[in-house]
Write a protein that binds this ligand. Structure first.
Ligand SMILES: NC(=O)c1ccc[n+]([C@@H]2O[C@H](COP(=O)([O-])OP(=O)(O)OC[C@H]3O[C@@H](n4cnc5c(N)ncnc54)[C@H](O)[C@@H]3O)[C@@H](O)[C@H]2O)c1
Ligand SMILES: [Zn+2]
Length: 361
């Protein structure tokens, strides 16, 4: 079994990566000294597939599991759903030594993590991510939260899980589009941190797309290691953690102006990363050759690499970028690449240059 430690002092935890881990969930929870009731929070797509396996495993280990099913998709990530979860936790008399299992993609992980962070002022939770995006990104690092009408992830906290179980078997039924969207984050790790991961993806993209468990396990482990290292150095994003936002300033703005429906997050940041690479060429000398490698890899992963924008959409996109949470003192800051595997953060880019790149996209 592959395992990665997230080093955060007495809040450190392990990410385990292997096939069949869900069946061992109960034993893993016992090892963490949880007892009694255990709430599994899952969504309407994931629960019918995997909740029974989770429940049986927990029962076998002596827990009293119960299931909370929330609607699937981004629209479930609200305070209304949080309240519905609290009510069910109270009904089942969850106690401080009980645990919450987040069984699903990033939506369930963010929501269940926020519920765990706040119910009884915090009870332990375990992440069982079932999308590629959740396994390489959202289940690691402790950002939990929900959306408001005014914007995504506006309410939340940093609250680390006690354990993350990435069961590779759960990925086999993931819709193709969701799988490819997760690859946008995988490629991101190559660009920001690891030229050899990037090169491996260039060599092995067909096998990755076939979800070959051997390669997938190795790639997911590498991504988790990078995220664990970055989060271990800067848990609350006052510095280096910002590099994880490569391509996200433009990507988030694209999601916002297209009404959070047209693009999946991974698709928006695929376009965002290519635009960020183009900006990097102008600002910090990323070679034309590297820009092309980046564009090609996203293309081979079946992700969108291009968007036609009208003048009005360009204006909206710039406005949306200025509204991004990460803006400091009204100035849009970017993560830019010097080369594949090496980025800088907090880069100011003249607005005229952003306009030029958006126009040329
Ligand atoms: N906390 C963080 O650090 C962080 C980082 C990145 C993204 N996020 C958040 O993650 C969310 C996106 O996560 P996501 O892409 O996993 O989306 P998601 O949770 O909506 O899952 C995508 C879809 O796949 C379905 N699904 C999940 N697992 C499945 C499986 N194994 N088989 C079949 N269907 C399955 C879900 O029901 C859903 O319809 C966003 O809300 C985003 O804000 C958080
Ligand atoms: Zn992302």
């Amino acid at each position: 079994m592959r395992s990665v430690k997230v080093p955060l002092g007495n809040r450190s935890y392990t990410i385990k990566i292997a096939s069949g881990l869900l069946r061992r969930l109960g034993r893993a929870c016992s090892t963490l000294n949880f007892t009694g009731q255990c709430a599994i929070i899952s969504d309407r797509n994931v629960a019918p597939r995997f909740a029974n396996i989770a429940r049986q495993s927990l029962s076998r280990a002596g827990f009293k599991p119960f299931l909370i099913v929330v609607p699937a998709g981004e629209t479930a990530k609200t305070l209304d759903t949080v309240r519905a979860c609290y009510d069910q936790l109270a009904e089942h008399r969850l106690e401080r030594q009980s645990c919450i299992v987040a069984l699903g993609g990033g939506v369930v992980g963010d929501l269940a993590g926020f519920v765990a962070a706040t119910y009884l002022r915090g009870i332990g939770f375990v992440q069982v991510p079932t999308t590629l995006l959740a396994q390489v990104d959202s289940s690691v690092g402790g950002k939990v939260g929900v959306n408001l009408k005014a914007g995504k992830n506006l309410v939340g906290s940093f609250y680390q899980p006690r354990l993350v179980l990435c069961d590779l078997e759960t990925l086999s039924g993931l819709p193709e589009r969701e799988f490819r969207a997760g690859l946008a984050e995988v490629i991101k790790y190559g660009i920001i941190y690891d030229a050899s991961l990037f090169a491996r993806l260039e060599r092995e993209m067909p096998k990755v797309l076939q979800r070959d468990p051997r390669i997938l396990g190795a790639v997911i482990e590498r991504c988790c290691r990078i995220k664990a290292d970055v989060v271990g150095r800067d848990e609350t994003e006052s510095g280096v953690r910002a590099i994880l936002n490569f391509g996200h300033t433009i990507g988030h703005a694209l999601e916002a102006i297209s009404g959070y429906g047209r693009y999946l997050h991974g698709e928006a940041i695929s376009i965002g990363q290519i635009m960020a690479a183009t900006l990097s060429k102008e600002v910090c000398g990323l070679s034309e050759q590297d820009v092309e490698r980046i564009r090609k890899l996203f293309q081979r992963a079946g992700l969108p690499t291009h968007v036609e924008l009208t003048a009005r959409q360009r204006k909206l996109l710039l406005e949306a970028m200025r509204l991004d949470k990460k803006v400091r003192g009204g100035e849009v800051q970017f993560v830019l690449a010097n080369r594949v595997g090496k980025v800088r953060w907090g880069e100011r880019v003249p607005e005229a240059m952003i306009r030029r790149v958006l126009g040329a996209s």
